[in-house]
Design a protein around this ligand. Structure first.
Ligand SMILES: O=C(O)CCC(=O)C(=O)O
Ligand SMILES: [Fe+2]
Length: 214
């Protein structure tokens, strides 16, 4: 099944993988006075090759989530990677992860050293409305997402409110959530009834605290 996903991933954005160090086309969506989302369409060239290389690591698995009294399988696959160990260490992660992490770290002035990758196999895979858990350990954390493969809806709403923004990241698009986004807003990748190809999201977070001025 995973091999099928790799094949389908190769239909979109071919060529050699590399981030756009100029971040050309980046625009900031100001959600309110305290929260924002940066969007840079097509930021990662050759995103297909990375999609395939990530699948080939064979590191994806299905975690479980606790819902009230029961434990359920999460409706997506996930894998953790250490960008420092990319290509060299036992992690066997594609070298592109290190380049991506270096590029966003330089741009945003903080080391993105925590990498989680999500694989939405089809429209049945999803993630429910949430703010990322690093909001409990960090003030106004930045959360970077690089999307590979098919476009999926990515929605934002004020915590507990109505959907206010819809993005459709895929194909190497970069999305960065910042300001109070994790505290005061929620995001989701909802299930889709129509046929959708597989999408992968590389999420990067920082373990250090941001400088007060950032
Ligand atoms: O797949 C995405 O773009 C979002 C993933 C996400 O929100 C998360 O893993 O916390
Ligand atoms: Fe999230």
């Amino acid at each position: 099944m995973i091999e099928d996903l790799a094949f389908q991933g190769s239909l979109f954005d071919g060529g050699e993988t590399g981030p756009d160090l100029a971040f050309s086309g980046l625009r900031r969506l100001q959600l309110d006075e305290r929260s924002w989302v940066d969007v840079c369409p097509g930021w990662l060239r050759g995103s297909d090759a990375l999609f395939d290389a990530m699948v080939a690591t064979g590191r994806f698995s299905q975690r479980t989530v606790k819902m009230w009294d029961s434990t359920l399988p999460e409706p997506r696959l996930t894998a953790a990677f250490d960008p420092e160990l990319a290509a060299t260490g036992p992690d066997q992660a594609p070298a592109a992860l290190r380049d991506i992490s270096a590029a966003v770290s330089a741009r945003y002035g903080i080391a993105f050293d925590r990498v989680w990758v999500n694989l939405y196999r089809d429209g049945r895979d999803s993630v429910a409305w949430h703010g990322d858990r690093n909001r409990h350990t960090h003030t106004n954390p930045l959360v970077v997402t690089v999307s590979l493969g098919a476009r999926r809806r990515f929605l934002l709403r004020p915590r507990g409110g109505r959907t206010a923004h819809e993005l459709r990241p895929g194909l190497g698009d970069l999305v960065v959530m910042g300001g109070a986004c994790q505290h005061e807003w929620e995001h989701t990748v909802p299930k889709e009834a129509r046929a959708v190809g597989p999408r992968m999201s590389i999420t990067m977070r920082h373990s250090a605290e941001l400088a007060a001025t950032a």
